[in-house]
Design a protein around this ligand. Sequence first.
Ligand SMILES: [Zn+2]
Length: 264
Amino acid sequence: MIAKGQTIIQIMDKFAPKQLALADDSIGLQLGTLNKPVSQVLIALDVTPEVVAEAIQMKAELIIAHHAIMYRPIKHLRLDFPAGKLYEALIKNDIAVYIAHTNLDVAEGGVNDILAALLELEHVGILQEVLPDQGIGRVGRLPEQQLLSELVNTVKIAFEIPAIRLVGNPNHMIRKVAILGGSGRDYVKAAIFAGADVLITGDIDYHTAHDAIAAGLNIIDAGHNIEKLLKPVIARMLQEKLLKMGYETKVNPSEVNTEPFQFM
Ligand SMILES: [Zn+2]
């Protein structure tokens, strides 16, 4: 027996409830229908043409992705434009796209908990509350204090990345770490307030980096693509729950690397 799209999404909604999402976030079903049996699910970070090709290849009927395919209002559906082509491929192959974004960041066991666990952070708490006892980003302690320069290596190994951008002093001793997978721009104050020695995040801009230096906060910009690490964890969680319910639906983490940057 294979699960219906709705059943699969009920599990996702229980794991990362929609009400946890930040205001105006683009989440939920964005394309297609859930009212169909789904034999293969693809878990992705971004829905790029390569990811859609992967979904077509494995005959997936549903992509669950972290980043929205539609985040600005679309004004046309032109099939000679890249976005239109992407929607066309999805519709022609009857592939639905469901998005779990900031609700998956906030969720217990979601993106930020996955990242915190990979760094083996202890006494993990919330960086910024969204709802009572629920929030975005995590703060925790390293098992042992390390120099910032050592933590950089730890991060590169744990997050499987070739390079990071560092803001601050590599000789600082680090004990308390704030971590936030996506854009860290709005969380510098929260990291300082939480007493973090470093904020590890996915995107930081020039002026925010200056603000952080002025405030004495170190930042490791590990790249937005570190959120790729959600793929195997969420795929495993969903697969286990479906198996327990007696479904034969397969859940696959996408193997496409959607890092847009090259490190030279
Ligand atoms: Zn993100």
